[in-house]
Design a binder for this molecule. Structure first.
Ligand code: NAD
Length: 348
């Protein structure tokens, strides 16, 4: 089915309000999820709703929580999200960090104990819109691991995302990626659609490469992207996001329950501090043009910059609607009933 942005956002917000979230917070979460769908990341869009409903009904996810500034030494701020909606508490920490970076030039922000933060690029885009460079190192804890370290068969970490966003005079450059070969949610989406996952993204229980998304439920593991390099970056995210900013890393098996917690270390930096922002902007623009002018490789249409595919998806989905497969939609509707939304209020 195809559904338009407005109806999907209103329905999603309604579900979160039924769980007890005030409208302002429910709208922020709904808009974040629907934007992830618009940008082509269905893994981090409204398909997360059943998991959020599950988390809220079990008391893991606190639907009316604000972040708390628990330490402040000027250039370093530490926030505790107390397991509030990541889209709300993560945004609050981001906005306060941005304000500080504007007065100090640079700030390092720890944001611990956020329920699922969603698409990390969203926080980088907020900073870029304010003219700041940002970097985000995130670990994922709260449930059993899915990703094997390079060379290993056991699952030891999660999809630990990394993001760096660079402001430009136009659209920002946004590198926003899981450190696994593909995001966990993309395995879920492939399974729902009955499609294979790309080569190199999954191992079965014996450590043999497979394209079957079902292998993950049968003892298989997600591969790190780029072999030892992605594994190394995942470890850095684990240590900076979870060990430094956060309260725990994946090794603490006693804390592996049935929830999704993100802990994030962020840097916000004013590009005007190094030789003037005009110089930097010129370099960014020149480099972007230089790369875009590359002759496409065989079978490719053009060279893109990080952030381009998401913008292309957004333009297409805004015009034509957001596709949602039947199984995902059935699960969202089921979750909405569990949250207390009357069946008659379900769109379509
Ligand atoms: P992806 O592989 O689709 O894209 C990764 C990056 O590569 C993006 O910045 C994209 O713009 C860029 N890119 C893609 N194709 C490109 C091309 N042809 N040329 C240049 N750049 C290109 O993303 P992913 O790794 O599957 O991650 C998806 C989302 O999942 C991200 O938003 C991430 O933040 C999110 N995520 C969240 C969590 C969490 O716990 N909250 C965990 C993992 C991932």
């Amino acid at each position: 089915m195809l559904i338009d942005e407005g109806r999907l956002t209103a329905f999603s917000s309604r579900i979160f309000q039924s769980l007890g979230a005030p409208q302002g917070k429910a709208d922020i979460v709904a808009e974040h999820l629907v934007e992830a769908n618009l940008r082509g990341h269905d893994s981090h869009g409204v398909g997360m709703i059943p998991s959020y409903v599950y988390g809220a009904l079990r008391g893991h996810l606190k639907v009316n929580q604000d972040t708390e500034l628990v330490q402040d030494s000027g250039g370093v701020m530490l926030f505790d999200g107390h397991l509030g909606f990541g889209q709300v508490v993560g945004r609050q920490a981001t906005e306060q960090g941005i304000e500080r970076a504007k007065s100090h030039g640079m700030v390092c922000v720890g944001a611990r104990n956020n329920y699922h933060l969603g698409r990390i690029g969203a926080y980088g885009e907020i900073a870029a819109a304010e003219g700041l460079i940002s970097m985000h190192f995130v670990n994922v804890v709260g449930h059993a691991p899915f990703v094997s370290p390079w060379g290993g068969r056991d699952k030891k970490m999660q999809t630990n995302p990394f993001c760096c966003a660079i402001p430009t005079d136009g659209e920002p450059i946004v590198l926003d990626m899981a450190t696994s070969a593909i995001a966990l949610g993309k395995v879920r989406v492939a399974g729902m659609k009955g499609e294979p996952v790309p080569d190199g993204s999954l191992f079965d229980a014996e450590g043999i490469p497979t394209n079957d998304p079902g292998a993950l439920d049968d003892g298989g593991s997600l591969a790190p992207f780029g072999k030892h390099k992605g594994y190394g970056l995942a470890l850095i995210c684990e240590l900076l996001g979870g060990g430094l900013a956060g309260e725990w890393t994946m090794q603490d098996e006693s804390k592996q329950k049935d929830m999704i917690v993100n802990q994030m270390l962020m840097f916000f930096l004013d590009p005007d501090l190094f030789g003037g922002v005009e110089h930097f902007r010129r370099e960014v623009e020149g480099m972007s043009d230089w790369l875009r002018s590359t002759t496409p490789a065989a079978g490719m249409d053009k060279v893109r910059l990080p952030g381009d595919p998401e913008r292309e998806s957004m333009a297409e989905r805004r015009a034509n609607g957001i596709p949602i497969d039947e199984q995902s939609w059935a699960q969202i509707c089921d979750a909405s009933e569990k949250a207390g939304v009357p069946q008659a209020d379900i769109p379509v």
